[in-house]
Design a protein around this ligand. Structure first.
Ligand SMILES: Nc1ncnc2c1ncn2[C@@H]1O[C@H](COP(=O)(O)OP(=O)(O)OP(=O)(O)O)[C@@H](O)[C@H]1O
Ligand SMILES: [Mg+2]
Length: 390
């Protein structure tokens, strides 16, 4: 692995010195410059010196008592040094901070107090992904599916959407985050591993290990199966971010079945998604719940990415689609017809309706896949990066 050049930005002098020792101690990276203040503008002399050092990695320490100057600095550094990767160092106890830092353009969030091993692992991940990106181009998109109310059809939508994306574009993964995973039943698969195995092994995850946790469906769709027992240990937010970072590095499209899971993990995945499909039916309880769920997921700035999918759709006299949108507080994206017999027997047989080509219901899910990928200039290589980097 070639040596990486690193610039350290840390306002605390002890932390600055410590980081330099740790970076140089990895023996795969070397500190080329360190700054005691955050750059505040492109023309700032601090920024000039960082640019002159042309580092591959910018290590930015986020002080516990004040985040804003560090966040602004990360955005500015990403803008002025688009080829450098930003690693943020901070406290893991604030999930929202991690998401904001990633959205500002950081590639990694490393816990403080930091160890040489933490840095070494992050440097190795960067080098590996640079090699992979050079080989393959850009990264995939996440579409997550969440129920307004239990049983609304999230799993049916997620499974058939994933199959439709796989059939149209290939390289699609389906990730089952439901409290109890049903996707393998819908697809008639018997997974050897599931999401818990993947999150338990994140510390040693690489491409081949990730692939070994996936279960292949006959048409090529790769399933990261859900748990078959309620999870005893929940992975941390950083672990989830790392898992999804790996997934978008591997697959063009990643569909996530959250079903009725509403917790920090489903909110985090919503944050990372291109579009969040909120599945509801046209009854009062379902639309009332949809409004509550959109409020919960929308709190962390996701509102514009939430879209309503009306499942078991049938016209109700005196109740229009715009009434449904108003009740749920989400724009309508798609309607899935009410076809109880076709869908329930497909689930029982483990043969999803997408496999019954030329049927109205299969065309409906193909149409949803087309709609979601409509703006991809080059659908064969989706131009999106989770961390706005490399
Ligand atoms: N478009 C539809 N028309 C008629 N019935 C449907 C439709 N979509 C789903 N169903 C039925 O609704 C039931 C629940 O579907 P599914 O398992 O996809 O829901 P879910 O929302 O993921 O459930 P859970 O809350 O348990 O995770 C199934 O029995 C299925 O047959
Ligand atoms: Mg489900």
């Amino acid at each position: 692995m070639p040596e990486l050049s690193v610039v350290i930005v840390a306002t605390d002098s002890e932390q600055r010195t410590m980081l330099q020792v740790l970076v140089d101690g990895t023996s795969v990276a070397r500190t080329v410059h360190s700054c005691a203040t955050f750059p505040v503008a492109a023309a700032d002399p601090v920024m000039r010196r960082v640019q002159a050092a042309a580092p591959e990695v910018l290590l930015v320490d986020i002080p516990s008592d004040s985040h804003s100057p560090a966040m602004r600095a990360i955005e500015l550094l990403r803008q002025e040094l688009p080829d450098s990767a930003v690693f943020a160092i901070g406290s893991l106890s604030q999930p929202q901070l991690i998401v904001s830092v990633m959205r500002a353009g950081a590639r990694e969030f490393i816990e403080r107090p930091t160890t040489t091993t933490d840095l070494l692992e992050a440097f190795v991940r960067l080098s590996t992904s640079q090699r992979r990106v050079q080989k393959e181009g850009s990264r995939g998109k996440i579409f997550s599916v969440v129920n307004a109310k239990g049983g609304s059809g999230a799993t049916t939508v997620a499974v058939n959407l994933a199959l439709a994306l796989q059939s149209a574009y290939g390289q699609t993964a389906l990730v089952d985050l439901a409290p109890l995973g049903h996707t393998s039943l819908h697809l008639n698969l018997k997974p050897l591993f599931n999401i818990s195995d993947a999150t338990r092994n994140l510390h040693r995850m690489d491409s081949s290990l990730l692939e070994s946790f996936m279960t292949r469906h006959s048409g090529g769709l790769q399933l990261l199966a859900g748990t078959n027992a309620p999870a005893s240990i929940e992975p941390s937010n950083t672990e989830f971010v790392r898992l999804f970072d790996m997934l978008v590095g591997h697959y063009k499209y990643v569909v996530v079945d959250n079903s009725s899971r509403l917790d920090a993990a489903s909110r985090l995945v919503a944050n990372l998604s291109e579009c969040v499909l909120l599945v509801a039916c046209t009854d009062v309880a379902s639309l009332w719940s949809a409004a509550r769920v959109q409020h919960y997921l929308g709190e962390s700035g996701n509102r514009e990415r939430l879209r309503l999918v009306l499942n078991r759709f049938r016209k109700v006299p005196g109740f229009s689609e715009s009434d449904a949108e108003t009740a749920a507080g989400v724009k309508l994206l798609w309607r899935v017809p009410n076809q109880y017999f076709a869908i329930s027997s497909a689930i029982d047989r483990g043969s999803p309706v997408m496999e019954q080509s030329h049927t109205e219901i299969a065309r409906c899910f193909s149409g949803l896949a087309q709609e979601l990928t409509r703006n991809d200039v080059d659908v064969k290589r989706a131009a999106w990066s989770l961390f706005k980097t490399v």
